[in-house]
Design a protein around this ligand. Structure first.
Ligand code: SF4
Length: 409
């Protein structure tokens, strides 16, 4: 087949599957989930992609037809396509990379639970996702059947939670918990609700992006029935690019919100996909329009084969600096680094604070909006002066006059 007829056959196939009467059924989407051998039906694959598909071992290939149709059939740089199809970078493993950079396995007291913090745990409910995202930091776990959690193991995790009343907050993740059956989701939420010390449950799901039809009326009823005085249910999703923000996603989000769930978004900075201030701003504007607040923006993890996605740390600062002043605070994510070695998350902010001037007892700040320097006095009765980093004297001399004039209007 020549390229023109290959292209025609891809377009025909896309039209045919989208016309299926069951297209809007989540079960149809999962039954027709794209495997590596199906990619040629949806995409004109480049030689590099073909090689990467053949050589990638870290994570299986999988995508819903819905999500694949959001991707460009020809353009290898399409942000959604890059999430679905491995790139050559994925086949190169570097010594500094680790399959479990956050030490989630070491910090696991029982199978299916990771306890990084005293009051919170991560519950791995399953290993399946609708799409196996090429940048996934849990590539060691998701998509592999031996990581499946059975009911006895889930019960053992619930038992651990009962025995540790200091734990108040459970993040359900995986895999994607909303790939489980309604009955299993009901079972998990019911058990969490029954543990008096558990007050908060956060469901981590990418199905709002990759399988929005999963948010059915029945599922919403289940979630709503457990979202009550005993348990507060939140949902964190994972949109990375404006192209993912569709009408279907918005409809699913509105349904979830009606079941009383608050929604936040956790994105990852990905090289060539969303690593500019403009792209992140567009994404977060769309998210707010869809009623999703910004939550985290992750610095990419050092996982095997991640060189195609990793960005310099400075990118995160640039992005936040760019966004500040152009969107409300609800749309600006916290830039976080989940520290390699299990150190937990830290938030990183651009340099807007320039230190304390002891003699005048003024703090020196730089406006994110205007780039001007501004002063703010320490309270007269404060005893914290020695705590603050001192402002650089040369900088103080250079900017104090302007800063004071701004201060005095
Ligand atoms: S949906 Fe989440 S857990 Fe699943 S592959 Fe994508 S990033 Fe990983």
């Amino acid at each position: 087949m020549n390229q023109a007829s290959e292209f025609e056959s891809v377009i025909d196939y896309r039209k045919k599957i989208a016309a299926n009467t069951d297209w809007n059924s989540w079960k149809f989407q999962l039954q027709n989930r794209i495997k590596s051998s199906d990619l040629e039906k949806y995409f004109l694959l480049s030689p590099d992609e073909k090689k990467a598909i053949q050589d990638s071992i870290r994570l299986q290939i999988g995508a819903t037809p819905y999500y694949a149709l959001l991707a460009n059939p020809v353009d290898v740089n399409c942000p959604i396509r890059r999430t679905i199809i491995p790139g050559l970078g994925e086949t190169i493993i570097s010594p500094e990379e680790s399959p479990d950079p956050l030490h989630e396995e070491r910090l696991s007291p029982v199978k299916g639970l990771t306890r990084m913090y005293n009051d919170r745990v991560l519950l791995f409910s399953n290993q399946e996702c609708s799409v196996y995202c090429r940048h996934c930091m849990r590539g060691r776990k998701v998509s592999f059947n031996e990581e499946r959690i059975d009911k006895d193991e889930l019960d053992a995790a619930f038992h651990y939670l009962k025995e540790h009343p200091e734990i108040v907050d459970v993040v359900i993740s995986g895999g994607d918990p909303l790939n489980l059956s309604d009955a299993r989701i009901d079972y998990i939420l019911e058990n969490l609700e029954k543990i008096p010390s558990i007050k908060i449950c956060r469901i981590g799901t990418r199905n709002l992006v990759t399988l929005p039809m999963r948010i059915t009326d029945d599922l919403c009823k289940i979630i709503e029935s457990h979202n009550n005085d005993n348990l507060s249910i939140f949902c964190n999703t994972h949109f990375n690019h404006e192209k993912e923000c569709t009408q279907e996603s918005k409809a699913a989000i509105l349904k979830l919100i009606k079941s009383g769930v608050s929604l936040g978004n956790q994105c990852v900075i990905l090289k060539g996909i969303n690593d500019t201030g403009e792209k992140m701003l567009s994404l977060h504007k769309k998210l707010l329009e869809m009623r999703v607040r910004a939550y985290y923006m992750y610095d990419p993890e050092i996982i095997p084969g991640s060189r195609g996605f990793r960005t310099p740390l400075a990118k995160g600062y640039e992005i936040i600096e760019y966004m500040r002043g152009k969107i409300s605070g609800m749309g600006i994510p916290q830039f976080v680094n989940d520290l390699p070695g299990g150190g937990g998350k830290i938030t990183l902010t651009p340099k807007w604070y320039y230190g304390f001037h002891r003699e005048s007892r003024q703090h020196l700040f730089k406006s994110a909006l205007r780039g001007t320097f501004h002063l703010s006095p320490e309270p007269i009765d404060s005893t914290y002066d020695s705590v603050y980093e001192q402002v650089d004297p040369a900088l103080w001399d250079e900017v104090k006059k302007d800063a004071m004039s701004v201060h005095n209007g």
